[in-house]
Design a protein around this ligand. Structure first.
Ligand code: M6R
Length: 622
């Protein structure tokens, strides 16, 4: 899980690489580096820590090189230091590359190379790729005895031969000092895009590193490589079969990935939720017929509506959205549903019956665990539907059909607007499946009319940011928090706890409120904050009982309640209100104050909100 960027063109490569790395920094930020190729000589600069440290180290560019590669790292093999940081150079000094992914058979390949007296400098799996290419390149024959074709391009041939030896995942950008006009990219399991401009190209892990310079791109598929030179580019499989790829317009603008006056991306993305939700629902809700139109699923809706079982699979925040989906598919469509951690799903020999439908939920569309679960489900014959935010991402392309979240780029590591969009998509789907089964026209109409009001209601909650900040401030010294909710608010409690944990490093547990008395109640000490989601719902009276259990043990209650609920005030040490809505739609509103609470807590504690320690935005390793 790293970010890679490479440039070949007419311009000075260094600033383009540094800017690109800044845009990709959310993918990993423990070390970084760039390599510039000018006058047959490669200059490499590496640094530990953030891109700003690398930028300082490289200083003002004097090389004027127009070809270069860059990398921002989230360590998997080897510590975060400059030796392990990318780019890596092979033992001959000719091949330099950056890599995102994991080479699973690196130990075997390393042993083979060492038996040929090749020496290694780092602890990384990536250096094996550089050395393997370098070995084939310098010897002119590969491990299986294939020789470089007399008329062929030796660099391209060596890369291709090496790729055929690799087991695992890679997004690669590779340069060779003998070929100052050539840039090679390759992809398997990790994302890779080629931005195409006027006699210039950028290879990157995602479009955010490209969009400032060019608006068109091709999305490589697994086992494909691209060979770009100053006149053009070609794409082929790693088996040397030419493939033609169509140019696609990059779908977001630079504005969407800039801070635009906000201090942090998370703050911006929380604030963008009214718009993101409106865009997610736009053109999909028909209030005349009380139906939902999800274009990408049109051909599968009949099958979906008659399925005997839905499995939702995802990780982290997306898994929490899946829990909301499970509830709604059962309540609104009366379809048995279950939620699986994608990381567990693939290893437990899941029973997938004829007619099981799997829904994979992901913001990035690149999460390795979720991808593996999809592969497992497909192998067993399930129809796999994606609910994905990033257009053209691997999950979006691997699933049989899908619905885009349309939340816009989410850059802060803590997922916010993607969660509410995921829940909105699952809600719309549950309503439509319900309409095709037992759900009354009247109730579907009520729900849909309520749904279209959600963006405005979210806007009202956002106005309470200062009040919520005061609550965070009052409890900022507390190191243990509980988040409690029932029914549809149980996943909201989980999500609130995850948000607090990941950015403010405060220990927090989310759980069904009634479960507390079966053990966790022992944790409650004087002044311990317990966040209750207690909006008006079918279990309202029950959750009041749970609040009392906490208060009688000295816990401090932070209660999210429905506007105008006078009764709840007596139970709340701190009260946050949200507008009223149908119980089935409450997760979308109730999560907002918890996102804001976590945001303020992290800022108050002085943490890097958008790049919390040890984390990266998309987890592309198992
Ligand atoms: O990109 P995905 O939605 O597949 O990512 C899944 C999780 O890694 C992600 O939701 C993670 O839990 C977030 N950091 C939570 O804020």
């Amino acid at each position: 899980m790293c970010g890679i960027v490479a440039y070949l063109g007419q311009k000075n490569a260094q600033p383009i690489l540094i800017e690109g790395l800044k845009r990709l920094e959310y993918r990993g930020y423990d070390s970084s580096g760039i390599a510039l190729l000018g006058d047959a000589e490669v200059t490499i600069t590496k640094s530990v820590g953030r891109i700003s440290a690398l930028e300082e180290k490289v200083g003002v560019d004097v090389s004027a090189a127009t070809l270069g590669i860059g990398h921002t790292r989230w360590a998997t093999h080897g510590a975060a230091n400059t030796i392990n940081a990318h780019p890596h150079v092979d033992y001959t000094g000719k091949i330099t590359l950056v890599h995102n992914g994991i080479i699973e058979n690196y130990a075997t390949l390393k042993k083979w190379l060492e038996s040929k007296s090749v020496e290694f400098a780092s602890e990384t799996d990536t250096e094996v790729v550089a050395n393997l290419i370098g070995y084939f390149y310098s010897h002119g024959n590969s491990r299986n005895g294939t020789k470089v074709p007399a008329s062929g391009n030796k660099f391209e041939w060596a890369v291709q031969e090496a790729l055929n030896e690799l087991v695992g995942s890679y997004g690669l950008a590779i340069i060779c000092s003998d070929y100052p006009d050539t840039l090679i990219g390759a992809k398997k399991g990790s994302p890779l895009i080629l931005g195409v401009g006027e006699k210039e190209f950028i290879i990157a892990s995602d479009a955010s590193a490209i969009v400032e310079h060019m608006t068109q791109a091709i999305y490589l598929s697994d086992n494909e490589m691209v060979i770009a030179n100053r006149d053009g580019f070609k794409t082929k499989t790693i088996d040397n079969i030419a493939v033609s790829k169509s140019l696609k317009e990059i779908e977001f603008s630079l504005d969407a990935i800039e801070l635009a006056g906000y201090e942090h991306y998370m703050q911006k993305e929380i604030a963008e939720q009214p718009e993101a939700l409106a865009t997610c629902m736009k053109g999909r809700i028909d209030l005349k017929s009380n139906r939902v139109v999800l274009g990408g699923l049109q051909n599968h809706l009949r099958k979906l509506a008659s399925t005997k079982r839905i499995i939702l699979t995802a990780c982290g925040t997306a898994w929490h959205a899946g829990l909301v989906g499970e509830f709604l598919f059962e309540q609104l469509a009366r379809i048995p549903a279950e939620v699986e951690y994608a990381s567990e799903f693939r290893y437990r020999n899941p029973v997938i019956n004829d007619g099981t439908i799997v829904i994979a939920i992901s913001q990035s569309g690149e999460t390795a665990d979720t991808l593996a679960a999809i592969e497992q489900a497909k192998e067993r014959g399930a129809l796999v539907i994606g609910a994905v935010n990033v257009v053209g991402s691997t999950i979006a392309r691997t699933t049989d059909a899908g619905v885009y979240l349309r939340a816009g780029p989410e850059i802060g590591v803590a997922s916010t607007k993607a969660f509410t969009a995921q829940v909105a998509v699952l809600t719309m789907l549950a309503i439509e499946l319900g309409r095709r089964r037992h759900l009354s026209n009247e109730y579907a109409g009520e729900l849909l009319r309520e749904m279209v009001q959600l963006p405005d209601k979210v806007g009202l909650i956002l106005k309470q940011s200062d009040h919520i900040k005061e609550i965070a401030k009052a409890n900022i010294d507390r190191d243990n928090w509980l988040f409690l909710g029932r029914g549809l608010n149980y996943p909201v409690a989980l999500e609130g706890a995850l948000k607090l944990k990941e950015i403010s490093y405060i220990h927090a547990e989310g759980m069904p409120a009634a479960e507390m008395k079966h053990g966790p109640i022992a944790l409650i000490t004087d002044g311990m904050p317990a966040v209750f989601i207690a909006t008006r719902c079918s279990q309202y009276e029950k959750i009041i009982g749970n609040i009392e259990q906490v208060r009688s043990r000295g816990g401090k209650t932070i209660v999210v309640a429905t506007e105008g609920d006078e009764n709840i005030k007596q139970y709340a040490d701190y009260l946050i209100t949200v507008p009223d809505t149908d119980e089935k739609l409450q997760p979308i509103l109730n999560v907002i104050p918890l996102q804001i609470l976590a945001y303020h807590a992290a800022v108050l504690r002085g943490h890097d909100v958008d790049k919390p320690r040890n984390l990266a935005k998309s987890v592309t390793v198992e």
